[in-house]
Ligand binder design. Structure first.
Ligand code: NAD
Length: 475
């Protein structure tokens, strides 16, 4: 059996061993899921929601253990607690919505030929493989798994190997609802295990980097199965001349540095109108300097450690690259090692441009590079000058300007007078543009409906046409 040594982000110690599932073990899980899925699908949405509610109760019983393990995985308490509570909310939300969304349409005559009646049925995928990242480990594993289960699919879930401690209590909560355990199986491991998931499932929901997303899209295309990809971002914020500076600096700082910037929808590039640029910069630097780390006591401070050691190296490299090209660092700017864990304070930079990696590549840290613009056209051009198109922000008190500009931003979601709202508003359907993703939205009703293919029954109620109707004619 392969064992992976797992690093603790708060101490830097390798204090957990992950027993990796090999291909044979994963294939056995898939077989079990295939055997149980049909009964699960035929039991109906009402029944599935009842089972999901039983799981919610079980999750509540294991809530403390799951939250505690997740807080070790991520080095943060508040967000770990929030994540687990969010999962309970997701179950309730989909159980409330699904019965309405899954009502089968009534039989109807075709508009092309009323003697043909149409009956349509939604057919869920048999096994949905879900592969998750490390930044919000439980949220981003279950955000796809919960609606897939409620749709009637079975789920093979492989969360990130970087943050695996919470899987033990999570698995216990699943096992205590045997019917659920028959249709939801966890896989432990890294890329190799992920590849087996891709090669054995009928649809893939993947959240992670663009590089892995490309690999998965290709592997899924080879197998002719859909890949729902939620990938990286380089979210811009545009701050117009008339924006409320106090509010905009608060929101930008929170959306850029919250969760130590380790969120796909973190703000990573800030464009501010030249007339207010100096004031904006002064104010955000002043506020950024007051942000506290939780390095001394885990339960005190506003931002936690960098979870993934390799990410710290990327952040450091981007800061170095920007400084070498003339960027000015106003605060932060260093990776700090405290008792083995790695932290980074909110880092505000000016004198930046798009020749710097920091302005074009995903940073995934609490880094706030700020550029001035002169005209709206320039702001839109800068914001859209990116390979990514996950989300964006626009700050202004002028409704006309908001309407004029917001829909020109090449992104799937635009937060107006706030940042990163997609991290808590799940009922607005959005697509990921450009390299930030592919296929149906996980937000809004599509978050459930994407797990179905449609089967149409076409019922002849008259005499079928015979070939005499196809007699050749002169043209
Ligand atoms: P990653 O791509 O390195 O890994 C993600 C998952 O894929 C892990 O579970 C990993 O084990 C697995 N994996 C790696 N190689 C694989 C392969 N060849 N086949 C199958 N599975 C494989 O990403 P990460 O570093 O864990 O996560 C950070 C990235 O996730 C960032 O780019 C971030 O922007 C992105 N992200 C996107 C969203 C979104 O909703 N768009 C949300 C959170 C994070």
């Amino acid at each position: 059996m392969v064992i992976m040594q797992i690093r603790n982000p708060y101490t830097g110690e390798y204090d957990y061993e992950l027993q990796v599932d090999d291909a044979k073990a994963i294939q056995e899980k898939v077989l079990l899921l295939r055997n149980n899925q049909q009964v699960w699908m035929e039991a109906g949405v009402q029944h599935r929601c009842e089972v999901m509610q039983q799981w919610k109760e079980s999750l509540q019983q294991y809530q403390k253990e799951i939250t505690k393990a997740l807080s070790i995985d991520t080095g943060r308490n508040f967000i770990a607690d929030l994540e687990v509570k969010g999962v309970l909310g997701m179950i309730d939300g989909w159980c409330y919505k699904a019965p309405l969304l899954l009502e089968e349409p009534e039989e109807r005559p075709s508009v092309f030929d009323p003697s043909i009646k149409i009956r349509e049925k939604k057919i869920p995928f048999m096994v949905v493989g879900v592969i998750g990242p490390w930044n919000f480990p439980i949220t981003l594993s279950l955000i796809d798994a919960i609606p897939a289960l409620i749709a009637g699919c079975s789920v093979l879930l492989k969360p990130s190997e970087v943050t695996p401690r919470y899987l033990d209590p999570l698995e216990e909560s699943i096992k205590s609802v045997p019917e659920l355990a028959g249709v939801l199986q966890l896989v432990r491991g890294g890329a190799e295990a992920g590849k087996v998931v891709v090669n054995t499932s009928d649809a893939i929901c993947f959240t992670g980097s663009v590089a892995t997303g490309k690999y998965i899209a290709t592997a899924c295309a080879q197998r002719f199965i859909p890949a729902f990809l939620e990938l990286g971002g380089k979210d811009p914020a545009i701050v117009l001349q008339d924006a409320d500076l106090e509010m905009a600096t608060n929101a930008v700082l929170r959306a850029a540095a919250g969760a130590t910037g380790q969120a796909c929808q973190s703000l990573e590039r800030i464009y501010v109108h030249r007339d207010i640029y100096a004031n904006f910069l002064d104010l955000i630097v002043e506020k950024a300097k007051c942000v506290t780390l939780n390095n001394k006591e885990k339960s005190k401070g506003q931002i936690g450690p960098i979870i993934f050691e390799k990410q710290a190296a990327i952040i450091q490299q981007q800061i170095k690259n920007a400084k070498a090209k003339g960027a000015i660092v106003h605060c932060g700017g260093e990776i700090e090692n405290h008792h083995g864990g790695l932290w980074c304070r909110p880092t505000v930079l000016s004198n930046v441009d798009h020749d710097m990696d920091m302005m074009t590549e995903e940073t995934f840290g609490p880094i706030i590079p700020i550029m001035a613009f002169n005209t709206e056209e320039e702001a839109i051009k800068l914001a859209n000058d990116s390979e990514f198109g996950l989300s964006a922000s626009l700050f202004s008190r002028n409704e006309e300007a908001i309407n004029r500009l917001a829909f020109r931003l090449e992104a799937g979601a635009v937060s107006i007078n706030d940042g990163s709202l997609t991290n808590r508003i799940y009922d607005a359907e959005k697509s990921a543009f450009k390299k930030s993703g592919l296929n149906g939205s996980r937000m809004g009703d599509a978050g459930l409906l994407r797990f179905f293919r449609k089967r149409a029954l076409l019922i002849q109620t008259d005499t079928p046409a015979d070939l005499s109707g196809y007699e050749e004619v002169e043209l």
